[in-house]
Write a protein that binds this ligand. Structure first.
Ligand SMILES: Nc1ncnc2c1ncn2[C@@H]1O[C@H](COP(=O)(O)OP(=O)(O)OP(=O)(O)O)[C@@H](O)[C@H]1O
Length: 659
């Protein structure tokens, strides 16, 4: 098929094609905005007052929306709540009747037995329906949190790389675990308790009106006092509660970071420092929690005092009504029981409100992720362009890899006047007017001072970030027009520090392409010079590699990563050679494996080994984000410039060491 090379022009329309309709004000529109937006999210977390009413309403709607998938279970739960509340409310009435019937035993024992029997049946139903209520609410809660965690995890890992530059792993883990858990409680158990309290209170008041409106008025005398107390209390605890949650979240971030970097902590002997750091945060949370608990205890005590005064007033006034024959002893008993019921509902209800306040912070944090649109999506559904014929390309849900590798693609990558600065570093340019062509079948080596921007090139080629200006093309098409997943599936990366999962060697090799069988895994390992060392492990390919591959040596990890890349069969290969000296045997094995892997592909290598640089078709020297020299090894050595100095200083000394 004849292809017309495409010269990208960056119009607003182009951008629109990749921009999903914003859901919320937190939607970023340009990579440079990521930091500002994420900083805003962080600020929001610590500043309870910063969320405006619109956002809070949107968060609340979203939270309630979480229940929409569980309508069936929720309906069962609501029926159980209503029936259980009805039964609960009828019990004081029958207790009153029972007392009256005991006082008037002249009517015979049959009425007594009838009432006891009725009460017995009610108690039975009460336990059944309360049990059902509990069951349906908890099941709904579990189902909601499973879905929420899944969605949250998906949203987190679909965020652009710049997002992970700002947010710590521990912070994100917190959102997945404790924040999701707080929300689970909020949308179910707390909502249920709240509904129950409201139903019980309304039911009690209706019954109390029927029993004696005069007594009800006496009882309601204490309501204004309780209301004022509640307002003062809730104002006080609102901010504090969120602060406690934030302190606890920071503490678990510290714990997570310390545990995952335990080797660095151990070798620097900083265990005590980390523990102190953790304890400081826990203690701060404790100090705030202490104030919170004092407030909660005072409020609970105050509520009990109000309830006690209320019941005393009712008994005093109700007693005179009984003496005057306006009320029976049983009715007074029912009235006192219902008053107790209301007091209990109010006190439980205030606890629920407290839980809701706690959930505000968690809702804000989770909501900010759920609604955040990544600046670079992981794929453009329905907008997937094949560089050869610009056809739509559909990514299958099952994540199969076969259809992603394009056999007609040439794999020619070019940087066109690319300038780039990391979103977290403001305007500081890492690459400036950068131009480079990577030709299929040729090896381009990037060399240069540390921090010059070599790894940044690899990140931009995978579209982890977008250039601030200029563009990168694959076979003449701006990579922004390609589906990022499609692009990445055609690129193989072997990095300095290959990341492995804590599973078996086999699973790690297959990670890039899990449809392959054992034979292909063994063959890839052989080509990567890994088969031999893997076989020597007691459990062979089933050997677990430890978290992040810590149980393998650097050279072994690299060879596993090379085997992975061999299975992936990418058109384009990006290599970041290890700077740490491997022993000469290891280096030789890795080098041979890499040479096999590089054959016939487009290769960009950040070169540290002299052999790689010497054999490269083109060597580019980067300094301060620009290519300052380019040519073959021999040409550059003759130029007597920066490359020659580099070779003399680093590569030749390495070479002589290895001899
Ligand atoms: N994620 C990031 N966020 C912000 N700045 C970054 C990030 N990654 C790298 N940088 C900065 O960008 C500059 C170029 O880094 P890069 O990793 O590309 O250099 P390099 O040439 O590969 O260096 P080395 O040879 O030491 O690996 C450095 O100043 C670095 O501090």
């Amino acid at each position: 098929m004849k292809r017309t090379p495409h010269t990208p022009t960056h119009t607003e329309d182009d951008m629109e094609m990749f921009t999903v309709e914003p859901l919320t004000p937190t939607t970023p529109s340009a990579p440079g905005e990521v930091q500002r937006i994420d900083e805003k999210i962080k600020k929001d977390q610590s500043d309870a007052k910063s969320s405006n009413n619109t956002t809070t309403r949107a968060q609340f709607r979203w939270l309630i929306g979480q229940c929409r998938h569980e309508l069936l279970y929720m309906s069962f739960a609501i029926i159980a709540i209503i029936v259980a509340s009805g039964i609960n409310l009828s019990i004081p009435f029958f207790v009153g009747k029972l007392i009256d019937s005991i006082q008037t035993l002249v009517k015979g024992k049959s009425e007594l037995y009838l009432l006891v029997g009725t009460l017995g049946i009610l108690v039975l139903f009460m336990s059944v329906f309360n049990g059902l209520r509990h069951y349906f609410i908890v099941i709904t809660a579990e189902r909601i949190v499973v879905r929420l965690r899944g969605e949250l995890f998906r949203k987190v890992i679909e965020q652009d790389i710049a997002f992970f530059d700002v947010h710590k792993t521990g912070e994100l883990m917190n959102r997945l675990s404790s924040d999701a858990d707080v929300l689970r409680m909020t949308v179910t158990v707390n909502v249920e308790t709240g509904i129950r309290c409201i139903l019980d209170s309304i039911g009690c008041i209706v019954i109390l009106v029927a029993l004696s409106w005069k007594l009800l008025l006496i009882m309601l005398l204490v309501v204004p006092v309780v209301a004022v107390g509640a307002v003062i209390y809730l104002r006080f605890v609102g901010g504090l509660s969120r602060d406690v949650q934030d302190e606890l979240a920071t503490a678990s971030e510290i714990a997570q970071e310390t545990i995952s970097n335990i080797r660095s902590v151990r070798s620097l002997a900083k265990e005590n420092k980390q523990v102190r750091f953790y304890e400081d945060n826990i203690n701060q949370a404790y100090n705030r929690a202490k104030h919170l608990t004092l407030a909660a205890a005072s409020f609970t005590g105050g509520m009990m005092l109000a309830a006690g005064i209320c019941i005393l007033l009712v008994v005093a006034y109700g007693g005179t009504m009984v003496l005057n024959g306006e009320l029976s002893t049983g009715q007074l008993t029912s009235f006192v029981l219902y008053s107790g019921f209301i007091a209990m509902s109010l006190s439980t209800g205030s606890g629920v409100y407290f839980e809701f306040l706690k959930a505000l912070g968690a809702t804000e944090r989770v909501y900010s992720i759920i609604t955040r649109i990544p600046t670079i999506p992981i794929s453009h559904e329905n907008k997937i362009v094949n560089p050869n014929d610009i056809v739509n390309h559909v990514i299958s849900e099952d994540d199969s890899d076969e259809d992603e590798i394009d056999s007609t693609m040439r794999g020619e990558l070019s940087f066109h006047d690319v300038s780039f600065s990391y979103p977290t570093r403001g305007e500081k340019k890492v690459l400036t007017d950068f131009n480079l062509d990577l030709i299929p079948g040729k090896v381009v080596a990037l060399v240069g001072e540390s921090g010059g921007g070599k790894s940044t090139c690899i990140q931009l080629l995978q579209r982890f970030y977008d250039p601030d200006s200029g563009y990168i093309t694959l076979d003449g098409v701006d990579i922004k027009e390609l589906d990022p997943t499609f692009l990445r599936k055609n690129i193989g990366v072997v990095s300095q520090e290959p990341f492995l999962f804590g599973t078996s060697v086999r699973e790690n090799i297959k990670y890039a392409k899990d449809t392959v069988g054992d034979d292909q895994v063994f063959e890839a390992a052989r080509q990567a010079n890994a088969h031999q060392f893997i076989q020597q492990f007691p459990n062979g390919y089933d050997t677990l590699v430890g978290e992040r591959g810590t149980q393998l040596s650097g050279g072994q990890k690299q060879r596993v990563a090379i085997a992975q890349a061999i299975l992936k069969k990418p058109k384009i290969l990006l290599l970041d050679e290890a700077t740490s000296a491997l022993d000469s045997e290891s280096e030789h094995l890795v080098q041979m494996a890499l040479e096999r892997l590089m054959k016939g592909r487009t290769v960009l290598v950040i070169a540290h080994r002299l052999s790689t640089v010497k054999n490269a078709d083109l060597v580019c020297v980067i300094s301060k984000g620009r290519i300052v020299e380019r040519g073959t090894h021999n040409e550059l050595v003759k130029q007597n410039g920066m490359y020659k100095q580099l070779v003399e200083k680093q590569l030749l000394s390495e070479d002589s060491q290895s001899k």
